[in-house]
Design a protein around this ligand. Structure first.
Ligand SMILES: [Fe+2]
Ligand SMILES: [Fe+2]
Length: 180
């Protein structure tokens, strides 16, 4: 996606993330999730929580899609993705997207194992693991959700949200995601 075009949405979410009632609001929204999903959702960083709530707000008419919106970025695990890598990723996305793609390709080639979570854990903490998490956070979240016994449609929507939308539902998630 074009990050420059999305700057107004990002500014809005940043302001929303600073609101003191954010965690309370997230706790209320999490009532539609299972216990395990709720823990994954509420474990997100404030910015991701605010972003996910703003995306989900636009998809209230479709309950499975609403749940997918709450959880779509839950793969950006705070324990695995540091603030400095997040800043670097965003800065490179804005100024040097081709260089960023090359770096992510290197992280991809360094990773070993079956599945996104195992591959993520095979990388040293810091830059390489963070780049891998950023570029595979959808698949990581999907694997964690599958392990929690989440419904298959939720796993599918979350797991595919970084790629080309496969159907109307996925396209709606993408559109709402890109706007916030
Ligand atoms: Fe995402
Ligand atoms: Fe997102």
């Amino acid at each position: 996606m074009n990050t420059w075009r999305n700057l107004p949405g990002k500014a809005l979410v940043t302001a929303y993330a600073l609101r003191p009632r954010l965690r309370l609001r997230a706790g209320e929204a999490a009532a539609v999730l299972s216990q395990g999903e709720r823990e994954l959702f509420l474990g997100m960083k404030r910015y991701d929580l605010a972003h996910s709530l703003a995306v989900a707000d636009r998809l209230r008419d479709d309950p499975p899609l609403y749940r997918a919106a709450l959880l779509h970025d839950a793969g950006k695990l705070p324990s695995e993705l540091g603030l400095s890598t997040r800043w670097l990723y965003t800065a490179l996305e804005l100024t040097a997207p081709r260089f960023l793609r090359r770096l992510c390709g290197r992280a991809e080639r360094k990773a070993e194992g079956e599945g996104a979570v195992e591959r993520m854990r095979s990388l040293p903490r810091g830059l390489w693991r963070g780049l891998y998490v950023q570029s595979h956070h959808g698949e990581i979240a999907a694997e964690l959700l599958r392990g929690l016994g989440s419904e298959e449609e939720l796993v599918r929507l979350v797991g595919g949200h970084q790629g080309r939308p496969a159907d109307v539902r996925a396209a709606r998630l993408r559109e709402a995601d890109d706007s916030r």
